[in-house]
Design a protein around this ligand. Sequence first.
Ligand code: HEM
Length: 157
Amino acid sequence: MIDWGSLARAIHVLSVVVWIGGVSLVTTALLPALKQKPPEDWIRDFNEIERRFAPQAKVAVLLVLLSGLYMLYAYSLWNRFVDARFWWMHLMVAVWLIFAVLLFIVEPLTIRNTIREQQPNEASRRLLARIIWMHRLLLTLSLIAIFAAVGGSYGLF
Ligand code: HEM
């Protein structure tokens, strides 16, 4: 018999690895490498990377939601959200919400066009610096959420 709860957990962790692992590579290696390039090059490369990574991240974000909701249902964990001891559950959902809004709403509606139509000038250098800082912040929050979620799931807190 298949243990569907364990299957959901495996899918949850696998999706988190693909998604946050990708964010980590982009934040710590690809974006800093783009900083060394002239604006017309980084704008082109950024669009190429985004075109490939955004669809993967969207699938992973949806799988994290579905598998997370299934675990809440299968293990009857809903009441954790009214208990402050399970702050790490709130953190997980908060990180999910921030990324979902950015990926599914803000990015397609505003960021994508801003970068595609960006003129190679001083303002575009500042834009890249802002993008890098935003990624660092999101990566830090995500890593704390992963540490806290594994710790919380296995009795560290
Ligand atoms: C709506 C979004 C989410 C829901 C509903 C959700 C739900 C859950 C649930 C119910 C568990 C099992 C807790 C337990 O066994 O005590 C879990 C575990 C976990 N979640 Fe989430 N989660 C969500 C988003 C996230 C995000 C965004 C991350 C990563 C940043 C994440 C990372 C993890 C990790 C690493 C575990 C521990 C898995 C293990 O080692 O067993 N989750 N999540």
